[in-house]
Design a protein around this ligand. Structure first.
Ligand code: AMP
Ligand code: ZN
Length: 138
């Protein structure tokens, strides 16, 4: 299913042009218009799924291998030494386009911080309590 108002549906299905680096029956991989680093790409399913929770397992199973394939190609072609696979779910997590996508972000040996956070220091009791809370919802 596609959604008429969704820009990533249009890009994934070729209705809006994009810098495409890979395409198959189910996915298109494009360069991000606002890249975090040179070569930053987005894996887009051609059907509309709002986020990872809506993505069927048969589709999800293909995303990680595709991310690895694209990342390996970036290392060879762009000379990056690593890459991040990043996937945001929900506005509070930084998701701005509500059509599932996986970022593939090449990382170079320039020390630039791209995916980072400040570690907190919870007690063992807090960790155990949080673990129980999450487990109860699984
Ligand atoms: P997220 O914040 O995870 O939802 O990521 C959305 C990403 O899509 C951002 O990195 C944007 O730069 C990128 N983006 C938004 N519109 C376009 C577009 N038309 N073509 C390519 N990338 C886009
Ligand atoms: Zn869509």
């Amino acid at each position: 299913m596609k959604e008429d108002s969704c820009i990533f549906c249009k890009i994934a299905n070729g209705e809006i042009p994009s810098a495409t680096i890979y395409e198959d029956e189910q996915f298109r991989v494009i360069l991000d218009l606002g890249p975090a680093s040179k070569g930053h790409a987005l894996i887009l399913p051609k059907e509309h799924f709002a986020d990872v929770c809506a993505l069927p397992e048969t589709w999800a199973a293909k995303v990680l291998p595709l991310g690895a394939k694209i990342g390996a190609a970036m290392k060879q072609a762009l000379g990056c030494s690593g890459f991040n696979l990043v996937q945001n779910n929900g506005a509070s997590a930084g998701q701005t386009v509500f059509h599932f996508h996986m970022h593939v972000i090449p990382r170079y040996d320039d020390g630039a911080k791209i995916v980072t956070w400040t570690p907190k220091n919870p007690s063992q009791e807090e960790l155990a309590q949080i673990a129980e809370t999450i487990k109860s919802a699984l």
